[in-house]
Design a protein. Structure first.
Lengths: 318, 529, 300
């Protein structure tokens, strides 16, 4: 088992390396010029060239890659062109903001999906099952950015229950989870983020539970006199390792895929940063954000794999 | 504990939590929260980016320049008045030498004195690459205002002489855009602007308080400001970047902000219903097509005129729900150089006839537009309408949208470097340099500056040189007016509309005077709780 | 938006028995499908949606590009505008029909392309094993390191907008998961007896690949691919929403959502319509792929 763990960890390294190459390559295929954003409306071409040289954007590509990689490995992801602040600090701060809503969303989705999955599998084919399946299908089919806009109109503009945009009454610095004044900003983003994982996890839980409940050993348990409730508990315990693994994965996807929700709600997380970096063609920021997100995703996958193989050595994902 | 006491305790707890929830930020101070159209917080170290909105909120708030714009009046286009210089005059013996008398008794927010040494230090920060305080980034934004300066001499502690390379009677306008920042603060930061950014210091009516990158910039009032009439009437100014118009509207409606820039025209009826004040005032903000005049089809004046006659500007104004006004030329009526220009009234038949005469039917053109951007208004629907109107008289229009940055790049590199016949690029002709000289004179063709279409008219060039050397304001204005009228008669541009620059204010605010300028003075705003 | 892409991998169907008796297998599938009313209804719905998109030029009452300032943002049922008009006075119903062409294209074409390319890579990797497998699958792993939304946004953001770029982006994003499903299925089939038997009778590699392997791998891959259509449609509309997809004035559901966002104050119902279109189409595809999976896979 430790051999598997070691092998898995070592395999991750070339993957991470490949990730850096892709990160670097991606932003290079981009048209558009970040320098333009910095110049005054009446500046000249000569000014632009001078600024470009100052940012090192005039060197050949492979050289830029190696320089960039070297710096990244010591934690320096360069300076954001748009506002001249270190990328590393920006991205990590944004990452912290995304983790907040991603984790809460995933945990809520997990709890609800377990409840729903149990309810649906309990009376498979019944009305409750159909209703829950409907909710789950809705969750995976709804375009979350559209839902986000509707939520804003409903709860912020029409009812004024929740704020329309931003993170916290004083901005993200000093955001206090325990204060409703700040936390109310997170409510709608969390709802929008939680729906797709809710849908997915509900369906998976339901189908795994159904599968288990149809197996022979369950009949044996029933014959031994266990109540339906105890049987269900048994089944749920059985699927827990896979479900928890799914939880980890969903967290990874939310962290990487939060760009649409964060754009709609102006939540200053990595998704929002990504969007902004693309619009302003801020190459260092774009590279840094993609790199951090992809790395986080790879590491979460790694942890999930290792945890799963720990819990159940039979499970070895390819 | 019995049940009624329990209920009492719960009630108390509920009230306490409710009260805690209501707590949060500043209680007794009055706060003005502004939603900007900028996508990010503008640079606040003395060379704002994000277009003129950056100057508006992170320039003239924290800093002053030698001259300032008079923003106290809604009735006429803003012009410049003394700022950190109390007066200026051209040296009678040398028309390339401007003497500026500096204001005395002014200190920066950090206590550093404003004087001639500070002024000269400030010029060096953009002009002298060998100076320790040199800032390459500032050159990008501020370089264009000092490009005509040969040298600066200190005459005494409060008097400097600026020597220009070529005579320029309009030089003070450039000095209204060049911010003075605290030399002591930068030196104390070891000439590292990243450190300076943590505690920037200027002479402006607001002082820096805190910043949350990408989210908010908070300034507080400077009660030691040298102009007591402009000490802010609120305690705190919070600036929030909100590039999406619908987000700005939602934020205003839900009470998250008090002052919103450029609400989209569609949201205005709703805002009005909710009791918001919608203010519009014309200022030099012209939404137009810059035409490439050195190649067909627009090298033929008949084609240019046809395009102008094809414009049903009232339709555009209606579509924009009145937040724009028809434009007959680059400048607005209240500007002194407006003159009596040729008017291109809506006449589609005349337009079609002109095109046939010019042998351009159908007249194929390719236009570069942006999807959004500072001052671009609502580019997509507006361009659709322009296209519709042009095609009705015989043009065949291909619109090519790109993002704002990319369009700025096209603008700066000039028409020759692209395959566009026109670009939709809004301009801010706030002064005659920007609105007339840099647009139409041959010497300002790219890469020098802004004559994107390579318009070249030797008569106009001659007038321009004369104007720059003419130091009598009345005579100069006459020359500039003549230049302007010439450009309009030549249909050098496709004139469409002027933006009325709508703003939406919460009913809690009073005292705001919307000036006819890109820059606005927020200091007189009173926030009633 | 989350990553249903690789999620669906975790629950991808695996052939439990060789489909040597192909005809009776498909017969069995049809038998099960016949009574699955929900799936049948959704198949009909999809056919309806696709047909309405294909025949849009004949069905649309107005020109989707004709704007009319006088008729901006009219409500549902105003005069001849059955679904109202958008912010430029264009008929919403016509825009929806024409938009369906783009959005469905974005949903289906990348899936088809990715199935062909990814399927091919997967089969090759699964069949040849060892080094070839390592090479192909490790490369895919690197792409797997990116959550699909991130990858889509990053590639789109770099390449720029436009239909071709968007299709390219989505294809690239969808290739790795399909490749993985194909590879898993292929390596399973490869080791089965009938393949060895075929080899023993001297059949060439290509004929083995075609006759035996592909047929058996096809059904899990196709079923899996069908789950990706709804994801692709949502991803495409998300990209358009961010401004990374087609450019105006092209009608496309995601782009329409984005441009109508401001108008939600004036005509909330009309502004929400494109979102409803995406939702309904997406649900239909999801339910159909569910039904197919249930019918084709003996395990529920």
């Amino acid at each position: 088992m430790w051999l598997y763990a070691l092998r898995r960890i070592i395999l991750t390294i070339p993957i991470l390396f490949g990730v850096t190459v892709i990160c670097f390559a991606l932003v290079q295929i981009a048209p558009g010029d970040p320098i333009q954003n910095l110049l005054s409306p009446t500046a000249s071409q000569a000014d632009a060239e001078r600024l470009r040289a100052a940012y090192g954007l005039d060197k050949p590509l492979p050289v830029q890659y190696v320089i960039w990689l070297g710096k990244v490995l010591v934690g320096d992801m360069g300076m954001s062109i748009a506002n001249n602040t270190p990328v590393t600090g920006e991205v990590l701060r944004a990452f912290g903001n995304t983790i907040v809503i991603a984790m809460i969303a995933v945990v809520i989705a997990f709890i609800l999906s377990t409840i729903f999955g149990v309810a649906a599998a309990y009376r498979s084919g019944g009305l409750v099952d159909k209703a829950i399946t409907a909710v789950a299908v809705f969750g995976i089919s709804v375009p979350t950015f559209w839902l986000g806009v509707i939520l804003v109109i409903l709860f912020a503009v029409n009812l004024s229950w929740l704020p329309a945009t931003g993170m916290g009454s004083g901005g993200s610095k000093g955001f206090d989870y325990l204060s409703w004044n700040d936390f109310k900003f997170a409510v709608m983003p969390i709802i929008a983020l939680a729906l797709p994982p809710l849908g997915i996890m509900t369906r998976t839980t339901r189908s795994s539970l159904s599968e288990i409940l149809n197996q022979d050993f369950v009949q044996t348990l029933r014959a031994k006199g266990l109540t339906e409730f105890e049987v269900m508990v048994h089944a749920v315990r059985n699927i827990m390792p896979a479900a928890v693994a799914m939880l980890g994965l969903q967290l990874g996807y939310l962290i990487g895929g939060s760009v649409l929700v964060e754009t709609v709600f102006t939540w200053p997380g990595t998704g929002y940063l990504l969007n902004k970096a693309i619009l302003t063609r801020d190459i260092p920021l774009l590279q840094g954000t993609i790199l951090v997100l992809a790395t986080a995703f790879v590491l979460i996958n790694l942890v999930v794999d290792l945890a799963q193989s720990l819990i159940d050595p039979r499970i070895k994902r390819s | 504990m019995n049940s009624s006491r329990m209920r009492g305790v719960l009630k108390l707890a509920a009230i306490a939590m409710f009260g805690l929830g209501l707590g949060g930020h500043a209680s007794a101070e009055s706060v003005l929260r502004v939603a900007m159209t900028a996508a990010d917080i503008p640079d606040y170290t003395g060379a704002p980016d994000q277009g003129y909105e950056g100057y508006r909120f992170a320039g003239y708030t924290l800093y002053d320049a030698l001259a300032l714009w008079d923003l106290s009046n809604s009735d006429k286009a803003a012009d410049i008045v003394p700022g950190l210089a109390t007066s200026w005059e051209i040296d009678p013996q040398n028309n390339k030498r401007w003497i500026f008398n500096l204001r005395q008794g002014v200190t920066y927010h950090d206590g550093c004195p404003w004087n001639a040494d500070s002024a000269i230090w400030n010029f060096k920060r953009v002009m002298d690459p060998t100076a320790p305080q040199f800032n390459a980034r500032h050159v990008g934004q501020m370089g264009t205002y000092v490009v005509n300066i040969a040298s600066v001499d200190k005459l005494d502690d409060y008097k400097i002489a600026i020597n220009t390379k070529a005579p320029s009677s309009l030089f003070p306008y450039e000095m209204a855009m060049y911010y003075m920042i605290s030399d002591c603060a930068v030196t104390a930061a070891g000439n590292d602007y990243n450190v300076y950014m943590k505690k920037p210091s200027g002479t402006g009516p607001y002082k820096f308080d805190t910043v949350v990158p990408h989210e908010r910039l908070e300034l507080v009032k400077n009660d030691k400001y040298w102009n007591p009439a402009r000490i802010p009437k609120h305690d705190r100014l919070v600036l929030l970047p909100m590039p999406e118009a619908s987000t700005r509207a939602a934020a205003l409606l839900s009470g998250q902000v008090d002052f919103v820039e450029a609400p989209s025209p569609d949201t205005i009826p709703r805002l009005k219903d909710a009791g918001m004040q919608i203010i519009t005032v014309p200022y030099p903000h012209n939404w137009d097509y810059m035409l490439r005049v050195d190649t067909p089809p627009f090298n033929d004046i008949r084609v240019r005129q046809a395009a102008n006659y094809a414009m049903n500007r009232q339709d555009m104004v209606d579509m924009l729900q009145g937040v724009a006004v028809a434009a007959d030329q680059t400048l607005i009526e209240s500007q002194p150089w407006y003159g009596k220009p040729v008017k291109y009234e809506y006449d589609p038949d005349k337009a079609a006839a002109l095109l046939k005469e010019a042998n351009c039917s159908p007249c194929k053109i390719k236009v570069g537009i942006s999807t959004s951007g500072s001052g671009q208004m609502q580019p997509l629907p507006m361009n659709e309408l322009v296209k519709e109107q042009l095609e009705a008289v015989g043009f065949q229009v291909q619109l090519e949208p790109m993002d704002w940055n990319a369009l700025i790049g096209v603008f700066l590199s000039g028409a020759a470097k692209s395959d566009f016949d026109a670009i939709n690029f809004s301009m801010a002709p706030i002064d005659p340099v920007q609105g007339i000289l840099k647009k139409w004179m041959t010497e300002y063709q790219p890469p020098a500056c802004c004559n994107w279409g390579f318009y070249s008219n030797p008569k106009l060039d001659a007038l321009g040189k004369q104007a720059l050397g003419e130091f009598d304001p009345a005579k100069r204005n006459a020359l500039l007016t003549e230049m302007n009228e010439m450009a309009v008669a030549d249909a050098a541009e496709l004139y469409i509309v002027h933006d009325l620059n709508p703003r939406a204010l919460s009913p809690k605010l009073s005292g705001f005077v919307q000036a006819q300028s890109w820059f606005q003075d927020l200091t007189p705003i009173v926030v009633t709780p | 938006m989350t990553d249903a892409v690789a999620n669906s991998l975790a629950t991808a169907p695996v052939q439990s028995a060789p489909a040597a008796r192909v005809r009776s297998y498909w017969g069995g599938v049809w038998q099960r499908l016949r009574y699955d009313y929900v799936t049948l209804f959704c198949i009909a719905l999809i056919v309806l949606i696709v047909l309405s998109a294909v025949f849009a030029p004949w069905l649309a009452p107005f020109d989707p590009y004709k704007s009319s300032m006088a008729n901006r943002l009219r409500p549902i049922g105003y005069r001849q505008f059955l679904l109202g008009t958008d912010e430029q006075g264009r008929d919403m119903l016509s825009r929806l029909l024409y938009g369906g062409r783009v959005s469905l294209l974005m949903g289906i074409v990348p899936v088809i392309l990715a199935t062909l390319v990814g399927g091919m890579f997967g089969v090759v990797a699964g069949y040849y094993g060892r080094k070839v497998n390592m090479g192909i699958m490790r490369t895919m792993d690197i792409f797997f390191a990116f959550p699909s939304v991130l990858l889509a946004v990053a590639i789109s953001g770099s390449l720029g907008g436009g239909i071709t770029n968007q299709m390219l982006t989505l294809t690239v994003v969808l290739i790795p998961p399909i490749c993985r499903v194909a590879e898993t299925a292929t390596s399973q089939v490869r080791n089965m007896d009938f393949v060895d038997a075929a080899r023993a009778t001297g059949a060439s590699t290509t004929s083995i690949l075609f006759t035996h392997v592909l047929i058996n791998v096809m059904s899990p891959v196709l079923v899996y691919a069908s789950t990706l259509v709804s994801i692709s449609i949502i991803l495409a509309s998300g990209l358009s929403f961010l401004g990374l997809g087609v450019s105006p004035p092209t009608a496309d559901w995601g782009l329409m959502l984005s441009t109508l966002r401001q108008s939600i104050y004036v005509q909330p119902l009309v502004s929400a319509i494109p979102g409803v279109a995406i939702l309904v189409t997406s649900i239909a595809f999801n339910l159909v792929s569910d039904g197919l999976r249930q019918a084709m896979d003996v395990k529920a």
